[in-house]
Design a protein. Structure first.
Length: 327
């Protein structure tokens, strides 16, 4: 019942989005901090131990509850649990209000306010950005946020659900992304001691976990956009990417809608954000892609690209669910 679970989760998230700093996300952040304090002793083994406790235990917990509910109360109750888990991990409203506020500010001609909103969202210095660069940053952050909050979650949820593991894949994916971002941030700010081994472990694990979803998202954007241009931009960028998943998504987006993204030697690092499902760290393509200079009208094009991809995903999930019912 993957399709039904995702559908209800998305509808619920649109109607009643989780507030910032909600108890669920705060509890998960506390758990990650406890795992860091308890197991991070500076060695590679300790890094993997801390990662497995921070990410693996909640994922196994979600799986265990799903199996128990399915065994003793039946699949309808287990499906409700899947909806609840997806509600906390999946959705547009967890980042889209930033996009909307900046877009409205640019539409009103208030570039100063747009820069302030972008700086507050991504914890970066946007004071000197011209209008086209503001739009470019918004596009890049929003596309990657859509991947991490929606398409990547859908990919791992669908795979695990087909294997009978319920919503565990969604928890694994979102927590893997969070701990990689959170431990990088805490080490930079010295808010909490984090060893290089732990940070490297989280980064390597996240790169491996996001490898397939990132390419699925890139292909999806190509299918619903300009296919040949998207694949060509992806093919030209990947030899220079050194396995950069984010850059591949942005390169595909650039070709799909004919927008120039990325700047040479630019890396944008962001803070922890206000919740476990919040801001994202983005590494833009190291060289600009070809295409038109980003303008305000391109934001609407990006919204259309993302929603067409959502529709495509929902159709695919509906077909997978139907195939399981008939098989």
């Amino acid at each position: 019942m993957s399709f039904i679970s995702v559908l209800f989760a998305l509808l619920l998230e649109q109607a009643r989005p989780l507030g910032r700093g909600n108890p669920i996300h705060a509890s998960l952040r506390t758990w990650v901090r406890w795992s860091t304090r308890s197991f991070d002793a500076g060695k590679s083994f300790h890094g993997w131990l801390a990662w497995w406790f921070a990410v693996g235990v909640p994922s196994l917990g979600a799986l265990g509850i799903y199996w128990l509910l399915n065994a003793f109360l039946g699949w309808p109750v287990a499906m409700i649990w899947s909806v609840v888990v997806l509600y906390t991990t999946l959705g547009f409203r967890q980042f889209s209000f930033h996009f909307t506020q900046i877009r409205d500010a640019l539409a009103d001609g208030d570039e100063t306010h747009a820069r302030e909103l972008l700086a507050n969202w991504q914890h970066m210095d946007a004071s000197a950005l011209p209008r086209s660069e503001i739009v470019r940053h918004v596009i890049e952050h929003s596309v990657l946020a859509a991947h991490r909050h929606v398409f990547g979650v859908l990919a791992w949820f669908a795979v695990f659900a087909v294997l009978g593991f319920g919503p565990a894949g969604a928890v694994l994916y979102r927590l893997s992304e969070f701990v990689a971002r959170y431990w990088t941030h805490t080490r930079k700010t010295q808010h909490q001691p984090v060893s290089e081994a732990l940070q490297q472990t989280a980064t390597d694990a996240w790169a491996a976990i996001d490898w397939v979803p990132a390419r699925i998202t890139a292909i999806s954007f190509a299918v619903v956009g300009s296919f040949e241009e998207a694949i060509d931009a992806w093919r030209n960028y990947e030899p220079r990417s050194s396995g950069d998943n984010d850059g591949i998504i942005l390169a595909s987006t650039s070709g799909a809608v004919n927008i120039r993204l990325g700047r040479a030697d630019e890396t944008i690092a962001h803070g922890e954000g206000s919740s476990v499902i919040s801001s994202d760290s983005i590494e833009a393509p190291r060289e600009p892609t070809s295409g038109q200079t980003p303008e305000l009208a391109h934001l609407a094009i990006i919204v259309g690209l993302v929603w067409r991809t959502v529709v495509m995903w929902m159709v695919l999930l509906a077909l997978l669910t139907l195939a399981r019912l008939l098989g």
